[in-house]
Design a protein around this ligand. Structure first.
Ligand code: ADP
Length: 377
């Protein structure tokens, strides 16, 4: 992959024109605070305060121009409203740039009331990622946390079914949607917004804006943790999420077979690359306890995820057996953590939730001590 550098970014931005001044934003001196490091690109576009609200398309165009460059992993572009040009502005300090990015200028944080965002991901579909995301969210709730659940699988949303939620979200003010809620968890999913039977042909940018809307235009309120059920694989959604919000970490779900683990490994590598902390691996469908004879069968092999976690030096979070109760409760919208809270399976999810939250909390405390963290260095 070719290296992206400041020159290449500026060259690309010379093709982005200010709509009012009909010159490019580089020669107009509007690009400030450009930082490029290991494929992460961040800068601000300085505009007069009165033009700020109208210039989101310009910001998007600049972001798109950067994305088009080879080797770009994240692009963080903020509009900042400078003081009137008449007064010579003092040099902008790092912290000013940081707060501008979090910005009153034109790029507010997507999820301001959420303390931690956790992505639940898998290398491929069908390994039980959504089932794990739902039960993990409920287990975090059982630990006393305020929890939300975002279904980032725009192509194949399954949260409405797994959480037993029907109907469409409403809006009190005509602008922001109220999340749907069940079992004390606020949820948002494309499945609430489009009919299950209607095939939606999504193009890349539409997926990205749908995702952004499900974060920005939803009244999530104050949450300790938002669990995000990612689509399978390592595509645009994963990149967008790691680029647009500060992920506290990723949980990777895998079944024990080599083939599933090979895909999980790609997921691990991707999150590493975009510097999202790896909270660990869950081995799902780890073994089968036969209810008739109490014998244990390792249908897909067993222990592969633990070995992989050791090899990759990431925590192993626990194993969940292949069990008919997990499947039935999950598929009927009564996840096992709430329908059989005293059972062994719920306890296994609770143990996973404790391990996950302990890590997230430690990072939150660290970040608190170090002051605000800027996602893109
Ligand atoms: P993914 O999100 O990875 O595509 P799902 O969570 O939708 O996977 O699970 C796929 C199917 O496997 C569902 O029918 C689900 O109920 C079932 N399933 C998931 N985990 C288990 C498990 N531990 N035991 C039995 N069935 C499971």
């Amino acid at each position: 992959m070719s290296e992206v550098n400041k020159e290449r970014v500026l060259q690309a931005l010379r093709m982005v024109f200010d709509p009012d001044k009909e010159r490019d934003i580089v020669s107009l001196g509007m690009v400030s605070g450009l930082q490029v490091k290991d494929g992460h690109v961040a800068f601000a576009i300085e505009v007069e305060p009165e033009r700020g609200p109208r210039l989101e398309p310009l910001r998007k165009a600049a972001e798109k121009a950067v994305w088009a460059l080879d080797g770009v992993l994240t692009a963080n572009v903020a509009l900042t409203a400078e003081r009137p040009a008449a007064k010579a502005a003092p040099p902008r300090s790092e912290s000013q740039q940081g707060s501008a990015r979090q910005g009153s200028g034109g790029h507010p944080p997507l999820l301001p009331g959420v303390r931690a965002i956790i992505a639940v991901a898998s290398g491929k579909g069908g390994v039980g990622k959504s089932t794990t995301a739902v039960n993990l969210a409920l287990a975090l709730k059982a630990l006393g946390l305020r929890v939300g659940l975002l279904d980032a699988d725009v192509y194949g949303p399954s949260i409405p079914r797994l959480m037993g939620i029907k109907g469409k979200p409403t809006s009190a003010d005509g602008r922001r949607l109220q999340p749907m809620e069940n079992y004390g968890i606020k949820c948002m999913s494309m499945g609430f917004l489009v009919d299950e039977e209607t095939p939606v042909v999504w193009r890349g940018p539409m997926v990205m804006s749908a995702l952004e809307q499900m974060m920005r235009d939803v009244n999530w309120g104050e949450l300790d943790v938002l669990v995000v059920d990612m689509p399978p694989g390592t595509g645009d959604t994963q990149l967008t999420m790691s680029q647009r919000v500060p992920l506290a970490g990723a949980v990777i779900v895998s079944t024990p077979q080599d083939i599933a683990l090979a895909d999980a490994r790609k997921g691990l590598a991707m999150f590493r690359k975009v510097e999202v902390p790896l909270l660990g691996i869950v081995e799902n469908m780890s073994y089968f306890l036969c209810p008739d004879n109490g014998k244990r069968y390792n249908i897909f092999g067993h222990g592969g995820a633990k070995d992989e976690a050791d090899r990759q030096n990431v925590p192993f979070l626990g194993e969940i057996p292949l069990d008919i109760d997990i499947r039935e409760t999950s598929d009927s919208g009564r996840p096992i953590v709430v329908s059989q809270p005293e059972g062994a399976h719920a306890q296994a999810y609770l143990a996973i939730a404790r391990k996950v939250w302990a890590q997230v909390e430690a990072r939150l405390n660290d970040a608190h001590q170090q002051g605000p963290r800027i996602i893109v260095q």
